[in-house]
Design a protein around this ligand. Structure first.
Ligand code: F6R
Length: 628
C-alpha cells in the first residue's frame, strides 16, 4: 500500500528517493511521485503506473535538488491517475505533501477550504492537507506551528511527509497511529514509512511515536508531541543485515518464497525448538529488553507466568486474509492439544462490535506486515479491555511488534511477493509451537506426547522439500486447468482452512474466480454451481475426516466436475475418483496443513504464470493493508 520516503543531505535527492521507493514497491502501488526543493521552488514529478514511469520523467528533467519527499500511492480516494498521484501541493506551490492513511473528515475540510476560495485539482483526501497546512502557514509564518494546527483538524489515522519551499532544508514528518521511521546518516537524514527503505543507508533509526511530529534537517531531528512538547530519545541501532530485494535466479519472488518454506521452518524451529527434550523456548528472558541505549526494542517471547497460562479460559485469534486462515488452523491445533476454546475473527469484523475478551483470554494477532490497520485496531482494543495480547509476525520492527508484550517473531524475513506464502507457513508453525507450549505449561500433554509432536515438527522441512520436488507435475496440472473461469476448493477439519487458502491464492494470482468451502457444506448450496466447466480441488488426507471428504468429492464428481486431489503418496482410492492427483508424503492429518498448502500455492503460481499475470504484484492488491 502507500509508501512515504524523504531525503535531506549532500546527495541528489531524486535518486535517493527512487531507491527508497524501490524498497517499498513490493507493498503494492499504482502511481509514484517525488517533490524536491530546487532554487527556492518546488518541483513535483509524478506518474501513474510503475516506478519506471517516474524514473523516465526524472531522467528527462534530472533535478539537482538535495531535499525531497516521495511516495508510492495505492488508490483509495480517486482513480490511480497522474493527477491523483502524490505529492500534492497547495495552489501557490508553497508546500508539498505525501500521505499514507485516510483523512476521515476530508469532505468537511474540503467544503470549508472551498468556501475560503481554495481550488482543488485532484480527488484525493491528501490535497486537503496541502491547502490546510499552507493556509495555517500563511497565518503563522511558522511551519512547525502550522503543522501543529493542522493536526488538530485532521481525523483518522495517517502519516505525512511535508516540505515547504520557504524552509528549504527541512522535512516535517507527522505520524498519527501509523508508521514512520527516520534514518540517521552522516550529515544526511532519511524518512520512510517502512524502515527497510532507510536501512540501505543506515542502521540507526528513530521510529516516530503514535502522535508525533519530527522536524528533520540534514543534521538534526527534533521530535514534538502534537501538543508541542519536545522530547528526545536515542536511536535504535540494528544489527541485522540490511534487506536486499533480490530474486536470485528466480523469475518471480513468489516462486522463490514458496521454495524458501523448508528453510523458514528450519530457522524458526532452530530458534524456538532447539532441543526436543526441552520446553518450547517462548519464555522471555527476565531482562526488560532494550538495545543497550535505553530505547525500547520489541523483544520476542512470552511473559505470561505458568499460573496465568493455567488460568486461561479462552484464546481469541484476530487476523485478516491469509493470516486469518493460519488462525483458523491455529484454532483446531490449540483446541486439540490444550482443550482451551479458541475463537477466530476476521479483524475487520471487530470494528463497531463488542470484543468479548477478558483477563483470562489470550488474544493473538497474526500479521506478516505487522501493519494491518484492522488487526492493529482489534488487538489494541483487546489490550485496552485487559486481555493478554500476543503478536505473531515476521517483522520485529513493525507496529504490531511494538504494541504487544508477548511476541513470536518467525524467521522468514520480509516477504516481497504480495501474495503470502512463506509467511503463512511460518504463522502455521507458530500455532503448532504455541499449542505445544500452552499444553506443556498447563500439563495437558505428557512429556512423551510432547517429544513426539516436536519430533514430527522437525521432520516437516524435509517433507516440504519432497512436496516441492513434485513441481513439474504440479506445473503440468496447472497448465491443463488454466482455462477454467471458476474453481471450487474443498477440505474438512484441519484442511478446511487450507481449501480457503488455496482458493484465495488462485483468485489473487490468476484472477480466476475461486471459492473455498468446508467439504461437508457443498451439498448445502455451493453444489448448485458445479458442472463440467467448474473444476473441484479437494484436500483429502487420511484421518478422521478422510472417508467423509471422499464422499463429498463423489457428490461433486456426480455433477460432472473435473476433480483434482491433494492426497498422500500411495493412496490408491483417490486415483479412482480424481482426474488429477497432486501428491504429498504420508503425514498425520494434524500436521498435514504444513504440506497440503504447498501444491495449492504452486498450482496457483503456475496457472497465473501460464496466463501471463503480474504474479508478484497482482492488480489491486497491496502487501501492507494500512487502511481500514
Ligand atoms: C493474501 C495476503 C493477504 C494478507 C492480509 C493480512 O495472500 O497476503 O490476505 O494475509 O492482507 O495481511 P497481514 O498478514 O500483513 O496482516
Amino acid at each position: 500500500m502507500c509508501g512515504i520516503v524523504g531525503y535531506l543531505g549532500p546527495s541528489k535527492a531524486a535518486s535517493v528517493l527512487v531507491s527508497e521507493l524501490k524498497c517499498l514497491e513490493y507493498r503494492g502501488y499504482d502511481s509514484a511521485g517525488v517533490a524536491v526543493i530546487e532554487g527556492g521552488r518546488l518541483k513535483v514529478l509524478k506518474a501513474a503506473g510503475k516506478l519506471a514511469n517516474l524514473e523516465n520523467l526524472l531522467k528527462e528533467r534530472a533535478p539537482e535538488a538535495t531535499v525531497g519527499i516521495g511516495h508510492t500511492r495505492w488508490a483509495t480516494h480517486g482513480a490511480p491517475t497522474d493527477l491523483n498521484a502524490h505529492p500534492h501541493t497547495d495552489e501557490n506551490g508553497m508546500v508539498a505533501v505525501v500521505h499514507n492513511g485516510i483523512i476521515e473528515n476530508f469532505g468537511e475540510l474540503k467544503d470549508e477550504l472551498i468556501a475560503k476560495g481554495y481550488k482543488f485539482s485532484s480527488d484525493t483526501d491528501t490535497e486537503v492537507v496541502a491547502h490546510l497546512v499552507s493556509h495555517y502557514y500563511g497565518e503563522t509564518k511558522d511551519m512547525l506551528k502550522a503543522v501543529m494546527k493542522l493536526v488538530t483538524r485532521l481525523k483518522g489515522i495517517y502519516a505525512l511527509g511535508i516540505v515547504n519551499r520557504d524552509v528549504a532544508n527541512t522535512i516535517y514528518a507527522v505520524n498519527h497511529h501509523y508508521s514512520l521511521t527516520v534514518g540517521l546518516g552522516n550529515h544526511e537524514n532519511f524518512l520512510a514509512s517502512d524502515s527497510i527503505a532507510v536501512r540501505q543507508y543506515t542502521n540507526q533509526t528513530l521510529r516516530l511515536d503514535q502522535s508525533e511530529i519530527a522536524v528533520i534537517t540534514p543534521d538534526t531531528v527534533k521530535l514534538y508531541s502534537f501538543e508541542g512538547k519536545e522530547s528526545t530519545r536515542p536511536p535504535i541501532v540494528s544489527e541485522s543485515t540490511r534487506f536486499v530485494v533480490d530474486k536470485g535466479d528466480y523469475k518471480h519472488f513468489l516462486h522463490k518464497e514458496i521454495d524458501e518454506q523448508p528453510s523458514v521452518l528450519r530457522q524458526t524451529l532452530a530458534k524456538y525448538l532447539p532441543d526436543i527434550n526441552k520446553p518450547i523456548a517462548f519464555h522471555k528472558p527476565k531482562s526488560k529488553g532494550g538495545n543497550g541505549n535505553g530505547h525500547h526494542v520489541a523483544t520476542h517471547g512470552i511473559e505470561l507466568t505458568n499460573s496465568q497460562i493455567r488460568e486461561l479460559e479462552r484464546v481469541q485469534v484476530l487476523a485478516c486474509g491469509t493470516a486469518y486462515h493460519a488462525g483458523m488452523i491455529g484454532k483446531y491445533i490449540i483446541e486439540e492439544l490444550t482443550g482451551i476454546p479458541v475463537d477466530v475473527e476476521i479483524a475487520s469484523e471487530i470494528r463497531g462490535r463488542k470484543l468479548l475478551v477478558n483477563q483470562r483470554t489470550l488474544t493473538v494477532a497474526v500479521s506478516q506486515s505487522g501493519e494491518t490497520a484492522d488487526t492493529l485496531a482489534a488487538i489494541t482494543e483487546a489490550k485496552r479491555i485487559g486481555s493478554y495480547v500476543l503478536g505473531i509476525t515476521n517483522r520485529p520492527d513493525s507496529h504490531l511488534a511494538q504494541i504487544v508484550p508477548n511476541l513470536i517473531v518467525t524467521e522468514c524475513g520480509i516477504e516481497v511477493s504480495v501474495a503470502a506464502t512463506k509467511t503463512y507457513i511460518a504463522q502455521l508453525l507458530s500455532f503448532y509451537l504455541l499449542a505445544i507450549f500452552l499444553a506443556e505449561e498447563r500439563g495437558a500433554i505428557d512429556a512423551e506426547k510432547s517429544r513426539t509432536l516436536k519430533k514430527t515438527l522437525n521432520l516437516m522441512p524435509a517433507l516440504q522439500e519432497a512436496v516441492l520436488a513434485q513441481e513439474p507435475l504440479i506445473q503440468e496440472a496447472a497448465i491443463n486447468y488454466s482455462s477454467a473461469v471458476d474453481m471450487v476448493f474443498v477440505g474438512r477439519g484441519f484442511n478446511y482452512p487450507t481449501a480457503l487458502e488455496g482458493a484465495l491464492k488462485l483468485k489473487e494470482l490468476s484472477y480466476i474466480h475461486a471459492s473455498g468451502y468446508a467439504a461437508g457444506e457443498l451439498k448445502h448450496g455451493p453444489i448448485a454451481v458445479l458442472d463440467e466447466k467448474v473444476p473441484v480441488v479437494a484436500v483429502v488426507v487420511p484421518g478422521v475426516v478422510y472417508e467423509k471428504t471422499l464422499s463429498n468429492a463423489q457428490e461433486a464428481k456426480a455433477r460432472h466436475a473435473k476433480m483434482i486431489a491433494v492426497a498422500v503418496e500411495g493412496d490408491k482410492e483417490v486415483e479412482k475418483l480424481f482426474d488429477t492427483v497432486l501428491r504429498i508424503p504420508p503425514i498425520e492429518e494434524f500436521f498435514s496443513p504444513l504440506l497440503t498448502v504447498i501444491p495449492l500455492q504452486l498450482f496457483s503460481y503456475f496457472v497465473a504464470e501460464a496466463l501471463g499475470k503480474d504474479v508478484d504484484q497482482p492488480r489491486n492488491l497491496a502487501k501492507s493493508v494500512t487502511v481500514e
